[in-house]
Design a protein around this ligand. Sequence first.
Ligand code: MOS
Length: 777
Amino acid sequence: MSIGDQAKALAQGLVQGAVAKVVALAPDSWVPGGRPDPLVHHRHGHVGKPISRIDGPLKVTGTAPFAAEFPVDRMAYAALAYSTIAKGHIVSLNTATAEQAPGVLLVMTHRNAPRLNPPPLFLTQAKAAGGDDVPVMQDDRICWNGQPIALILAETQEQADHVATLVQATYEPEEALTSFADARARGSSPSQFMGQVMHDAVGDADKAFAAAPYKVDAIYCTPRHNHNPIELHAVTLFWEGDTLRLHDAQQMVAHSAWTLAQVFGLEEEQVVITSPFVGGGFGSKSLWQHQILAAAASRMAGRPVRLTLSREGVYRVVGGRSLTEQRVALSAEADGRLTALIHSGVTAKTPHNGLPEPFILASRTLYGATNICLDVQHVELDMLSNTFMRAPGEAVGTFALEVAMDELAERLGMDPIELRLRNEPEKDPLSGLPFSGRHIAEAWRSGAERFGWKARNPVPRQRREGEWLIGMGCATGTYPYYRMPGGAARITLTEEGRASVDIAAHEMGMGTSTAHTQVLAERLSLPMESITFNYGDSTLPGLIMAGGSQQTAAIGASIIAAHRALVKELLKLAGNDSPLAGLDPEEVASRDAGLCKADEPGRFESYASILERAQQQSVSVTAEPPQPLETMHWSMHSHAAMFCEVRVNAVTGEPRINRFLGSFDCGRILNPKTAASQFRGGIIMGLGMALMEETQFDERKGRAMNPSLSEYHVPVHMDVPEIEVMWTDIPDPHTPMGARGIGEIGITGTAAAVANAIYNATGKRVRDLPITLDKLL
Ligand code: MOS
């Protein structure tokens, strides 16, 4: 960072700090969420019902169109060739054979690619979506091993794939920094995450630690992880004059459209992205080089283009989670009260991206230690930019912290659940803010009972069935409530009593379209069948990312704002001849496809009647929710109590999960059916992190060496036992619908619960992931 940038960041920080202080002290009623959403207390409507996915039939009949399935006339198919060095220059590129191959339409390299602006990097501007800000095929420079060096366009996919292998490059390599240890030896830098410096201190943790009677102090390591959504990253696109239209696999359509417009020097309206169905994103489906390259090639060739990354391509072009080396040092009095919580360490990023894996996030709010010191340092390597991956920070941070808590419990001779409950803070340990809703003790109590925690023998290696050692472990999971600025929604109500909501949000398989159809149906008192939820289109209102587990809150708040505007408009249209005449929007509630006076339901008029009398076929309003100040006023977090039973083969060291239970406190659950699936999905990803996931990164070459699902292992059905999930279902009084997002929390705490169970089974404390059988022999 230059001095100017530092000064700007500092000034920005001061302004944010001042705003945060004012908002923290403001009366509740001034803050969004200060008055509970009326839906929080509705108990007889659509919200909370286990409704099956409204897009289920489309999916099981194979008629839900994904990005690589949109039919377009005269389609050309693209494939990429990738660099094999980490840093340096391309000296020669032999494309002659490729150009003459049958079916080839275009070989695009830095020599003939159109001039493009570098993509604005995610989080550096409100609408930026770039995974990195490396210029895309603009010169002979190589920044990572696997960077695209050529794009082949051909009449068929098979031709393109084959011809991509015919491109020959020679390089002049420069010395690349690809070893974490070498980089660390040169020193590390303090880290920032979403504008916050990743350093916190309360009291004097080192001093308290030194003086304490009980302590643990260890290093925990987590490896690189690659993104492996089942749907490969893919785009089908074409130019209509100067308008670029894309069907893309996206978790941020509006951000990506804006960012593409910057790259191609277009107006924002000249890029239109639709993304109606997405086969998993987990943080990876933003804007990477492949969409930019496909759009450039399409323009050059004058043909629509489809570019589907191969599985290897996803590993070369789309960033994953970076590695971490974390120290957790905990100290306690004999009663288990934490006197010091120290969580620090180092991660790696690149010079071209902005995400040092923020592994201390969970440690900021989980325990009321009297002295706290948290710190994230990073080094920069010449590698593919890392990015967001399910619960960035919490996923790997809770592994370190929650294994350390298990180690401390053993040192104290205390039940690990009891240790956690004894350190339950009254208010946020760092900010001092009150919690908006924190029922973790209830999650522990009900979870422990259901799981049969009492049966656990705290002494390791006591339970054996044949060759198998059996153990139980637990850990806390946690993820914050976020709501990012930029929400907006349009609601249209017709005289036939149908309503539609338009919002640039996403359905990546989570159940978003189902849950929010429920929400709008209930808010309007209409049947589900009368609601259409339109999403996944950058031309719709709102700048809403399906990430940070914030989409539910962002959509919810947008729908609340639009609904409020709609009620106001309807009252205006109702006029003086209506039973609703003279009522203020605040006095009105909805029932039976109409509006009534909240405390006098007999004063009622249906939407149809209001519109008919006003001689209007429909009414349409658009509105934006207030800025998300609630997170500066309350400490807003979800929690989970995770329980695992494992068996480890005493002969081979093979670990297997016997059973798993997640007991969640995430506010009100909007749809138990889709929520259970979200929770289980997160836990399964956590099981993968615990036992198998690891990018084999060649530190000499800076290259991912296992870029396929046969070599990079994720859990398959045989690895996943019955996973039970349960929840407190206690509404958060300060969030839309009383809900907090549930996308990411399932992965948090899971790897620690597995590691702790493995310790209980075997007496082996494994502190580096994944826990493969060689570490248990
Ligand atoms: Mo989020 S990092 O998109 O699971």
